[in-house]
Design a protein around this ligand. Structure first.
Ligand code: SF4
Ligand code: SF4
Length: 408
């Protein structure tokens, strides 16, 4: 494979294997979630890897030691070669996970994926109510998701149900849990919104208050206690991740930059985190030009924030630096303009007050339009200036763009 030597470090920093490979097969998605984690410039990404290129990437990563493979997107079921890729991944010895909205998982495709060796499915819901689920995704998908959940169980896959939490659905936490139990999910991941991608654009709309969060967390803990007391029958385990903005210390983002996680975007861009496309000054390598081994071990992009030599004095002198690795580079950049800064979630950061102010002031700034993920909005966001859309009423207060009332 031809190398792009200008992308490669002369002195690589030692790294273990990329244990977790995330294959973002496509950024296309039938849903329009207001908190979508895809890059807001997704509409510019059109040159998707072919089946043969994906098989090559999976093979190279497996040879490097990758063990777990997530098929994600966008909506990975939009790729009609998904079954072929799963079969190849299974043959290579990966533990495979499909991360899906459910759209496109028909009984026929479910059987084909089962036959291909798919190990595990993660199904996303937006809420426990049809109204909010369909509103936040701008699609009528609530009933379909219920059917898909039953299909997943009928094929005997372990099911993780995922629901992104924010101020609109936090009051429904117990109902979301009850839905997961009724659908016999093994795990319910209540993932409080991370503010990147479209969630960054809609941050003030989605940010809960500290009180709303505390009530929801108490409900989760009450449910966990009920489950612990249960001696028989199905148990659903609930993961509840407190949003960074409410903490005093950041999370160990990606378990450290370039430590275990390798994400490949639909166009072949290789990233240590699926949001890294938006970080300035990072020359991300592409699997079309550089081998996966060189990307992982020698690329400047993967070595830039590896280890702790890159850290600024606040983190470099901190005895917690091997616990959280200085937090999230994308969050540091979004909040300070410098990706090498201490993550401002940390109370030791000189920018911590920005995080405190966002939480404090979000309720006052909700009269701005909410933006649904769509190709049109993606292009509009990256072709400024654009005129402000007219606001329309939302089901639960706040205001939403006019595009929220029509197909984006
Ligand atoms: S968050 Fe919503 S819009 Fe984004 S990829 Fe997932 S289902 Fe699609
Ligand atoms: S100063 Fe840096 S290393 Fe220390 S706790 Fe804060 S983010 Fe982590």
């Amino acid at each position: 494979m031809a190398g792009s030597t200008d992308l490669l470090s002369a002195a690589p920093i030692p790294a273990g294997p990329p244990l977790w490979l995330l294959a973002e097969l496509t950024y296309q998605c039938p849903l329009h979630c207001v908190f979508c984690y895809n890059p807001t410039r997704h509409a510019q990404v059109t040159d998707e890897l072919t089946t043969a290129q994906w098989v090559d990437v999976m093979t190279q990563a497996r040879n490097l030691g990758a063990a777990q493979l997530g098929f994600s997107g966008g909506e990975p079921l939009l790729r009609d070669d998904l079954e072929e890729l799963v079969q190849e991944a299974h043959r290579l010895g990966y533990y495979t996970n499909l991360i899906t909205s459910g759209v496109g998982l028909t009984p026929v495709r479910a059987q084909k994926l089962k036959d291909a060796g798919l190990d595990h499915v993660q199904l996303s819901f937006q809420d426990s109510t049809r109204e909010l689920n369909d509103f936040l995704s701008h699609t009528r998908t609530f009933d379909l998701k219920q059917r898909v959940a039953k299909l997943i169980k009928a094929h005997d896959w372990p099911m993780v149900m995922n629901c992104v939490l924010h101020r609109h659905n936090l009051p429904h936490v117990r109902k979301i849990i009850d839905m997961a139990v009724a659908l016999e999910a093994e795990y319910l991941e209540l993932a409080n919104t991370q503010y990147y991608g479209w969630a960054w654009v809609n941050r003030d709309h989605l940010m809960p208050t500290r009180e709303e969060l505390a009530v929801a967390e108490a409900e989760v803990n009450a449910f966990r206690a009920e489950q612990d007391a249960k001696t028989e029958g199905h148990k659903t385990r609930v993961l509840f991740v407190v949003p960074d903005y409410f903490e005093e210390r950041p999370k160990a983002c990606m378990n450290g930059w370039g430590a275990v996680f390798l994400s490949i975007a639909p166009d072949g861009l290789a990233m240590p985190c699926h949001n890294a496309r938006d970080l300035p000054g990072l020359q991300l390598p592409n699997v079309k030009d550089v081998s996966v081994a060189d990307i992982w071990q020698r690329s400047n992009a993967f070595n830039t924030y590896r280890g702790d030599a890159w850290m600024k004095p606040t983190c470099r002198s901190c005895d917690e630096r091997h616990k959280d690795f200085g937090g999230c580079r994308c969050q540091a950049f979004l909040l300070t303009g410098d990706a090498a800064e201490t993550d401002p979630v940390c109370s030791k950061s000189a920018h911590h007050e920005k995080v405190v102010a966002v939480v404090r002031d979000a309720p006052r700034r909700r009269n701005i339009p909410i933006v649904f993920r769509s190709d049109a909005e993606s292009k509009a966001l990256h072709e400024p200036p654009r005129s402000a859309p007219a606001a329309v009423a939302a089901p639960q207060g706040g205001a939403f763009t006019a595009s929220g009332g029509r197909a984006p």
